[in-house]
Design a protein around this ligand. Structure first.
Ligand code: F6R
Length: 608
């Protein structure tokens, strides 16, 4: 949801800003802009992608030589994508320039107040209000003015501000939207996310809400809301720059699909030890686990799909009741939470606004929060009582793949850990689960070999109008993820259905040639699923089945079968998702879609 970069240093700011934004386009890509200080503030912005911004700079022969500036790539909230709604936004007199990620909720009242003072607005955005308000409050001191401004605005924001009267300073702040500071010798930066700056520095300050940053070439000072200086530890990033590069793949999504076995290995293996499962340094003692009354797993999107798989697996292995909620619902539904409950928050980015708010809601009720997060040091990770990281590495493609599959693997680890702690499973059963878990990365790897067959299938179904994905139990949860992958990147309408539910209405949509993908990994439900396949076949559907080896009988009813390796069926979602990721990918490629940046989406959803 919008990417922000700011730079002050020895080089041309425009180059650094454009380079940084190129790594943040996954956060929004409907318009882009930069503002550079060079004898006053010069702004170039445009509707469209970063490539359009670069073209505009070249075509208009704009000479950008300033060494301090701010940049933005937008995911529209207030006002359609257009040149005028693009960031940076300026105060009417041009003194102040602002980039913003988030939503200013009281922008209408503030706009009215500023209009009464005679200020004129040109855009439909909430951000322009911040620029005008900053100018209105300006007292010559950037930090004091920022403190005054944030005492008046409500909502979520990461802000970077440039002032024509301070050619050496950027002031920035965050509240409920991510922002970090990059530190280097005689050069300093702000950005929404680490990949934007990885090429320049590995040292960062991870900002907390309401910490104000004064960025200058020779140093960074942090302040609290009373203008007291704050000291902060430097966070050193150890991952490789190439982890955030495409490495010769056409799209990040394919690279990330292929990286899944490695991410799974890194997530699972270090947590296996001689006597079972060791969950990093988290403080869930056996005593605590024994007394857990109920687990609430809360997440959005694909992370929510991983949570549903988690419910099946945790309940089955540990017999602890699990409720799964969408974060956007949980936070407002006044959930019944008991002090002996455990809340598990799942998020790849660790910054999703609704998920973060759900975490805070759980903590407000005194419930212990364990989060499953990919981005180290993200807000959710920092605010949780315990964190289990998914070691997938940076995920850049908007549609998650390795983020989701590593989340599943942490669900499995937790289920076995809880099961053993509660003595619901014996030592022998635990060891068998561990043996099965160790096989997951290899199974996923073997499924990548289906690529060529799936390419052919993708050509055949690329022009489908509707696709249905059906399954029962865990397979239904896996079907939801499969269906989301397809619709979000290929724009084909797709629905996931619990196979037994289809005949209660939706089956009326099946017509000649409709593609139905049937996931059938649960042995006790296999025959029932076969009956459901027959029902859709009888109405003209073409059925592609995904099932473990050994279920060859399915070839009698399905038009095409993809086999996954035999293994523990509780862990099957890790395998069944792979052919579906590949199918979604190749259908999207076949349809000429921009796989990594699907329309209307953004990677990190930092607005409600
Ligand atoms: C879909 C997708 C989204 C995210 C969702 C939650 O491919 O990526 O549905 O899963 O926006 O994001 P995180 O996990 O970052 O909280």
């Amino acid at each position: 949801m919008c990417g922000i970069v700011g730079y002050v240093g020895l080089h041309q700011a425009a180059d650094v800003l454009l380079q940084g934004l190129s790594k943040l386009e996954y956060r929004g890509y409907d318009s882009a802009g930069i503002a550079v200080h060079q004898n006053g503030i010069l702004t170039v912005k445009t509707k469209g992608r970063l490539a359009d911004l670069k073209e505009k700079i070249e075509k208009t022969d704009t000479c950008l030589f300033g060494k301090i500036g701010i940049g933005h790539t937008r995911w529209a909230t207030h006002g359609a994508p257009s040149d005028v709604n693009s960031h940076p936004h300026s105060s009417e007199n041009g003194r102040i320039s602002v980039v913003h990620n988030g939503i200013i909720e009281n922008y209408m009242q503030l706009k009215e107040m500023l209009e009464q003072k005679g200020r004129k607005f040109v855009s439909e955005t909430d951000t322009e209000i911040v620029a005008q308000l900053f100018d209105d409050c300006y007292n010559g001191d950037m930090v004091e003015t920022m403190i005054n401004v944030i005492s008046q605005i409500r909502g979520a924001y990461a802000l970077g501000v440039l002032c024509s009267e301070h050619p050496d300073q950027i002031v920035a702040v965050r509240k409920d939207s991510p922002l970090l500071v990059g530190l280097s010798e005689k050069e300093n930066y702000i950005a929404s996310d680490i990949p934007a700056l990885l090429e320049y520095t590995r040292d960062y300050y991870l900002l907390e809400d309401n910490e104000i940053v004064l960025l200058k070439q020779d140093g960074v000072t942090l302040f609290d809301l009373n203008k007291n200086e704050i000291k902060k530890e430097v966070f050193h990033v150890t991952w490789d720059v190439s982890a955030a590069e495409k490495d010769g793949y056409d799209y990040f999504m394919m690279k990330e699909i292929v990286e899944q076995p490695e991410g799974l290995r890194k997530t699972i293996f270090p947590r296996l030890c001689d006597n079972g499962i060791q969950l990093d340094h988290i403080s869930l003692t056996e005593e605590f686990v024994k007394n857990i009354n109920r687990i609430h797993i809360v997440a959005c999107g694909s992370a929510w799909h991983a949570a549903i798989v988690g419910k099946y697996v945790i309940e089955k292995i540990s017999r602890i009741p699990v409720e799964v909620d969408l974060a956007s619902e949980f936070r407002y539904r006044d959930p019944i939470l008991n002090k002996n409950d455990l809340c598990i928050i799942v998020s790849q980015s660790g910054e999703t606004a609704d998920t973060l708010a759900a975490l805070r809601e759980a903590k407000k009720h005194g419930v212990r929060v364990l989060s499953i997060v990919n981005v180290v040091g993200s807000s959710i990770a920092r605010e949780s009582d315990d964190v289990l990281y998914t070691w997938a590495g940076p995920e850049i493609a908007v549609a998650t793949t390795k983020g989701y599959s590593t989340q599943l693997s942490v669900m499995y680890l937790l289920a076995v850990y809880f099961g053993k702690a509660k003595q619901e499973i014996s030592l022998q059963e635990q060891n068998q689960y561990i043996t099965d878990l160790k096989k997951v990365p290899e199974d996923v790897k073997s499924l990548l070999e289906l690529e060529e067959r799936i390419k052919v299938l993708a050509k055949q179904y690329a022009q489908s109008k509707d696709v249905f994905v059906i399954g029962r139990g865990i397979d239904h949860a896996a079907a939801m993820e499969a269906s989301l992958k397809l619709k979000e990147i290929s724009y084909i309408h797709s629905e996931a259905y619990a196979a037994g539910e289809l005949k209660h209405g939706t089956i009326s949509l099946i017509e000649d040639g409709t593609l139905v993908v049937a996931i059938a990994t649960q042995q006790t439900l296999f025959e029932k699923l076969v009956s459901n396949i027959k029902e859709v076949k009888a109405r003209g559907a073409n059925v592609v089945a995904i099932t473990p080896r050994g279920n060859e009988a399915i070839e009698k009813v399905a038009d095409e079968v993809f086999y996954i390796p035999e293994g523990n069926e509780l862990f099957s979602a890790s395998s069944t998702v792979v052919p579906m990721q590949l199918l979604a990918y190749y259908i999207a490629v076949e349809r000429g879609c921009d796989v990594d940046k699907p329309r209307n989406l953004a990677k990190s959803v930092t607005v409600e």
